[in-house]
Write a protein that binds this ligand. Structure first.
Ligand code: 4AD
Ligand code: MG
Length: 499
């Protein structure tokens, strides 16, 4: 029995008979030869079967996409093969010959792909995103480990709201109504008073009735909470965490970034210090006529590009109808689909941009920064930007007002560059019992379910704070994805619970 090797390690078996186990990703035949492209989760391997191997050849030719198999052969170097190694097949064991795999290499619409998410995950692109996600999670855990944080798991079933009653998912808890956690923060504050530096990392739930490219109903949040930390220190932690995550991805996931077509140079610019603005400065920036002029120029450029794309599409469609060979048709169909998508994006931009400019021009102090405002702001910087001191009225009850200016709070939001918007939200917490009670009363909150939380201010209260990093938004930014739905294996979105 030859050794079974992961495809990634085949280069260590050159000149040997080895077996690989995996799935048929693609097949190409050139008369006297058939190439089987096999994937196993670690890589892609080109396997060669020659017509002279009569039985093997017939079997190989009949294999359907995503058939499961074990293939044995001689590993030999080949510069044209993915990974630089090719397997000269000598035997093939079929576990299952799959027929009519629904996701062909032709272009599919997003709805179709989402409906087949359980199979779509097998595509190299989706697997690459999941690997980047994995690395980002590990990097965050390593960062906290290296800095003396203790992981504390916070409950998912909670008696009340922490981030606004409007986005709660109710659950029946033995006859009593409770809710899925929107954050682990309140419990983490208790843990920070016990352990000093703590963090939690778990699923959080928000019944946001918005279908945007940034919102999931179920998302994962990494939340540190730190005793004695005030706002400037919290900003340093947020900056350090994001830099550590980006660095790890750049070190370990080059191949994935290349496959995703990610602009790596943009990621290489992510280093401290991140620009820091107050909300008031951000408002000035939004209202700056120079910004509006720049946006108008970009709009003009988008209009020109849109016309070019439309002209190009006509040409491509013509070529597609004239194409004779299957593979040529597939390739052109993909190009047509890509271009159509680009046109749709440009049309949306061209239609929306004037609205955004107008909105920025008329922005008034006190409004919350919406997704579009965040996009405009974060496109102005090459590094993530930290925005602090938002109006108290638009922020959660637990945030501490700024000394000397009670209209604003000591919060921090981090916006990722390239238009990705908010990836981190956090604050210094109100640590004064009276002030907190008053704020809760102003918000009409019932104190009873929060007595334990108020106890933290009764027994040895200290300045403290923390933040939450939305993992999926961070993955979307770091992978350069247009939509958050591809950042998690099985996204839960308004209108999507299958598969
Ligand atoms: O700004 P948020 O609501 O902050 C909190 O929940 C705090 N309790 C965290 C803390 O201080 N410990 O959410 C934090 C981050 C956002 O910046 C965003 O990245 C992400 O969570 N997020 C979402 N991601 C995907 N879909 C949604 N619906 C999200 N809502 C928030
Ligand atoms: Mg927020």
């Amino acid at each position: 029995m030859p050794t079974v090797a992961p495809i990634r390690d085949l280069c260590r078996h050159l000149g040997q008979e080895v077996a690989i186990r995996g799935w048929l990703y693609g097949k190409r035949s050139g008369g006297k030869i058939v190439f089987l492209l096999v994937r196993d989760g670690t890589g892609l391997c080109q396997c060669v079967v020659e017509a002279a191997q009569t039985d093997l050849f017939a079997t190989a030719v009949a294999l359907g996409q995503e058939s499961s198999l074990e293939l044995t052969g001689l590993a030999r170097p080949d510069v044209r093969a993915p990974g630089g190694v090719e397997l000269a097949a000598s035997s093939l064991r079929i576990l299952q010959n799959a027929t009519d795999y629904p996701i062909s290499r032709k272009a599919h619409g997003t709805d179709f792909l989402m409906e087949h998410r359980h199979l779509w995950l097998r595509s190299p692109r989706q697997a690459a995103i999941l690997r980047v996600r994995h690395t980002l999670i590990r990097a965050a855990r390593d960062f906290f480990d290296a800095n003396g944080f203790t992981l504390v798991d916070t409950p998912i079933l909670s008696p009340g709201a922490a981030e606004g009653a409007g986005t709660l998912f109710p659950v029946d808890f033995f006859g009593a109504p409770v809710y899925l956690a929107q954050t682990g923060q309140l419990y983490l504050e208790a843990a920070a008073m016990a352990l000093g530096r703590v963090y939690c990392f778990g699923p959080t739930f928000r019944a946001e009735k918005s279908k945007t490219r940034r919102h999931l109903a179920e998302f994962w949040m990494i939340e540190p909470e730190i005793a004695f930390a005030e706002l400037p220190e919290l900003m340093d932690w947020a900056e350090g965490l994001v830099c550590a995550m980006v660095r790890a991805a750049l070190t370990e996931r080059r191949e994935e970034f290349t496959l995703l077509g990610r602009n790596i140079a943009a990621l290489e610019k992510i280093a401290p210090p991140f620009p820091r603005l107050t909300y008031a400065q951000a408002v000035d920036l939004l209202r700056d006529p120079q910004l509006h002029r720049q946006l108008e120029q970009e709009l003009e450029a988008d209009r020109v590009r849109l016309k070019e794309c439309i002209a190009e599409l006509a040409g491509l469609e013509e070529q597609h109808t004239r194409a004779r060979q299957g593979w040529q048709q597939d390739k052109l169909a993909q190009q047509v689909a890509d271009l159509r998508e680009q046109i749709r994006d440009l049309e949306a931009q061209v239609a929306q941009r004037p609205v955004h400019i107008e909105h920025a021009r008329n922005f008034v102090w006190g409004e919350d920064l919406g997704g579009d405002d965040e996009t405009l702001l974060s496109r102005q910087f090459e590094r993530p930007v930290l925005i602090t001191e938002y109006p108290r009225k638009i922020k959660a009850f637990y945030m501490k007002p700024a000394p000397g200016n009670p209209d604003v709070v000591l919060n921090l939001d981090m916006l990722a560059p390239e238009g990705y918007g908010e990836i981190i939200g956090g604050s210094q917490r109100e640590d004064d019992l009276d002030a907190l009670q008053k704020r809760m009363a102003d918000e009409g909150m019932h104190p009873a379910p929060y007595e334990w939380y108020l106890d933290l201010r009764r027994y040895g209260t200290v300045p403290h704070g923390g933040f939450g990093l939305g993992l999926e938004r961070t993955v979307a930014w770091i992978c350069g994805l247009k939509h958050i739905r591809e950042t998690i294996a099985f996204p839960r979105l308004m209108g999507r619970i299958y598969p």
